[in-house]
Design a protein around this ligand. Structure first.
Ligand code: ADP
Ligand code: MG
Length: 381
């Protein structure tokens, strides 16, 4: 049953409209966002789809086809940050953030949604949920907000209402990406540029390999990397590592006595540089040449930032041995997904090689699917 029919069955009337917002995968630029550097996500074909109608009585009703349980009913006056720990906090947080930003014309909604974005694989199922809600309310209540503004509100919902300290990349990707492009996002001034990334026309495919693992140490390790980067910026006398020029990296590293901080700085500054290299290659139409840059990025995440894990290292090694053009882990690390650039003709061979390597190591079978660079959030009907 589609979300339109599901909505009618739940709420007894047709929805005013249906919207979709995608998950994302980051091509290159990891742990660079909070250093005010560059990231380069692309939207996935997988989307959260929401059927929505307005209400004028201050009530928000939420339902997900993917979660067991009844409709969640909330009152807009009683939306309090950090108090709702269920999935409903994501869409509710968006309504809260809109009203906090002064959009008090938003007086309620009925929402029924379903999503094909895998959860917990580092593909931003949460941002998809937030952005689809934000776009639907923006359209229905004629708020006139731009895509980047919707992304900022969605981020605010996740940071301050749900309580997850995420950067701006996920929501910006879901709100602003376009078909056949990767999105260059400058995390300092939040400027964006669509970079051509039409894989199919080059006979290429970008595979996402969900390792199916999530090692528990993730959260503390993230905070530790962040603190180490801040320490590096302080010693180097810059506000953020974004300000350390790649050309001056060796000299900067020589001024850092702490071996750990030195590694973090080397990763961040070199990954910002890799984003620029990838953009140069894509602008020149030399898509295959980004493969080795991706693999270099993986080595940096594994050896300098030390956020990879055996499963992700195995994806990269087995894919590259089987003829992939390049591969890297993507996202926060310690599990989640990797991206693999591969000739369309080699997709089956490389997929099989990764699956066999996982089986031989005794790991859970990975989930592999193509990351076709897709459109950002949109109204469907
Ligand atoms: P990621 O964004 O990387 O997939 P998160 O932990 O940030 O992982 O977000 C996952 C959470 O988002 C889920 O635990 C759930 O609360 C919510 N979520 C995602 N998809 C759905 C869905 N289809 N229905 C209800 N909640 C969802
Ligand atoms: Mg998330």
């Amino acid at each position: 049953m589609g979300v339109r029919e599901g909505f009618e069955e739940l709420y007894g009337a047709a929805p005013e409209g249906v919207w979709a917002a995608p998950g994302r995968v980051n091509l290159i630029g990891e742990y660079t966002d909070f250093n005010e550097g560059f990231v380069m996500p692309l939207a996935l074909p997988h989307t959260a789809v929401a059927a929505v109608s307005r209400r004028d009585d201050g009530v928000l009703r939420l339902h997900s086809a993917d979660i067991e349980g009844p409709v969640v009913e909330l009152h807009l006056d009683a939306l309090v940050p950090l108090t709702n720990t269920s999935w409903a906090a994501y869409p509710a947080g968006v309504v809260w953030a809109l009203r906090e930003a002064g959009h008090t014309s938003v007086t309620g909604a009925d929402v029924h949604l379903a999503s094909t974005v895998p959860t917990g694989a580092g593909l931003s199922s949460s941002a998809a949920l937030e952005v689809v809600t934000a776009l639907a309310l923006n359209d229905l209540y004629e708020l006139g907000l731009t895509r980047p503004e919707l992304a900022r509100l969605a981020q605010r919902a996740e940071n301050d209402f749900v309580g997850v300290p995420c950067g701006i990349m996920d929501q910006t990707a879901s709100a602003c990406c376009t078909d056949g492009h990767a999105l260059h996002l400058d995390c300092r001034d939040l400027s964006i540029r669509q970079v051509p990334f039409d894989l199919a026309s080059h006979g290429l495919s970008l595979l996402v390999v969900d390792s199916r693992v999530k090692h528990a140490l993730g959260d503390g390790e993230y905070a530790e990397r962040r603190e180490g980067c801040e320490e590096g910026a302080r010693v180097l006398g810059v506000s953020h590592l974004r300000d350390v020029a790649y050309e001056g990296l060796d000299e900067a590293l020589s001024r850092l006595s702490d071996e750990r901080v030195r590694r973090y700085v080397r990763h961040v500054v070199s990954d910002d540089h890799r984003v620029e290299r990838v953009i140069g290659l894509l602008d020149a139409g030399d898509v295959r040449a980004i493969g080795p840059v991706l693999t270099e990025g993986h080595a940096s995440l594994r050896d300098d930032l030390r956020i990879s894990c055996e499963e992700l290292d195995l994806v990269v090694a087995s894919a590259n041995s089987a003829g992939a053009l390049g591969a890297r882990m993507t996202g926060g690390g310690f599990g989640g997904s990797a991206v693999v650039l591969v000739e369309v003709a080699d997709v089956d061979t490389v997929t099989k090689a990764v699956e066999e390597a996982f089986a031989a190591a005794g790991y859970t079978a990975p989930r592999v699917f193509p990351a076709v660079p897709s459109a950002g959030a949109r109204r469907v009907s």
